[in-house]
Design a binder for this molecule. Structure first.
Ligand code: HEC
Ligand code: HEC
Length: 242
């Protein structure tokens, strides 16, 4: 029934220096059918360094990838991602987690096991590993977040313009080479925050071949409003699909 299958990320053991213990991660991922590279990830020499920091490895690698370029959850050293997410954002999310999703809170007062100083160290190591590739050339991505919510009705049009050719007219998955899977699946939408959808639309998922905000159409990039609208449309699909 769904193209997403629940992947029990073999008990991401998050022990080590933090002693957080063990999380069983149930992240929604497609297990098959993933196109090697749809989208049009800008090819070229990848000069990013892996995140070697031991705190990152012990606490984050299980979900965000040992190299920081993505696993069950997005890559944190992706160039566009680091361009839109400032250090305060990285720190805030690491501190408090994202309620209702698999992203845990790591700060001690929030039930985690990391001190503020350890969180700073992790943020620094992500920044250092990611920025060696330099900033996003010649273009300004839409901001990480906006104060105003998008409009689902306009979002439906934006979806048709920017997304349907890969994810299908109704979002349930496309055909052909540049195929993306269903993104209106209830079990997918239930576990993903609106922010994560926004981040995905802006920064793409280079590890999965999903384009960033410039790559949907050959003719023009998405505006910040179009990103907000398409996210509002996706959010409106929660509970409307099976
Ligand atoms: C158990 C799996 C898991 C672990 C461990 C984990 N994350 Fe996450 N992380 C997630 C998921 C899932 C999301 C997306 C949540 C959502 O829907 O907003 C996320 C989101 C994030 C985001 C926001 C990305 C965005 O889309 O804007 C940041 C920053 C982040 N994590 C940092 C970290 C750091 C730093 C660590 C280690 C200290 C860590 N995470 C450990 C699963 C994890
Ligand atoms: C050129 C083809 C293409 C276009 C255009 C495209 N996508 Fe995707 N998208 C992909 C591929 C490939 C993936 C990764 C495989 C998968 O999960 O479907 C993906 C994945 C996703 C995911 C899931 C990411 C995750 O966490 O697993 C979301 C959400 C998404 N796309 C939303 C959108 C939206 C919204 C648009 C329009 C603004 C869009 N995509 C346009 C190809 C495309």
């Amino acid at each position: 029934m769904t193209k997403y299958a629940a992947l029990i990320l073999a008990a991401a053991v998050i022990a080590g220096m933090s002693g957080v213990g063990m999380y069983v991660v149930s992240a929604l991922r497609r297990t098959a059918d993933r196109p090697a590279s749809a989208g049009s990830p800008k090819a070229g020499h990848d000069v990013r360094r892996d995140v070697s920091d031991t705190l990152y490895q012990a606490n984050c690698a299980g979900c965000h990838g040992a190299d920081g370029k993505g696993g069950a959850a997005r890559g944190l050293i992706d160039t566009v991602f680091l361009d839109i997410a400032d250090d305060a954002t990285l720190r805030r999310i690491t501190t408090s987690g994202v309620p209702g999703t698999a992203m845990p809170a790591f700060a001690i007062p929030a039930g985690g096991a990391l001190t503020d100083q350890q969180i700073d160290t992790i943020v620094r190591s992500i920044r250092t590993a990611g920025t060696s590739a330099g900033a996003v050339p010649d273009s300004t991505p839409p901001p990480y977040s906006t104060p105003t919510a998008g409009d689902p009705k306009r979002g439906s049009e934006a979806f048709a313009t920017f997304c349907a050719r890969c994810h299908g007219a109704d979002g349930r998955g496309g055909q052909g080479v540049q195929r993306g899977s269903s993104i209106v699946d209830a079990s997918y939408l239930a576990l993903v925050s609106d922010q994560s959808l926004r981040t995905t639309v802006i920064a793409g998922r280079p590890d999965l071949g999903a384009p960033d905000w410039r790559g949907n159409l050959p003719t023009r990039p998405m505006s910040s409003d179009e990103v907000s609208d398409v996210v509002a449309w996706l959010a409106a699909q929660r509970g409307m699909t099976r």
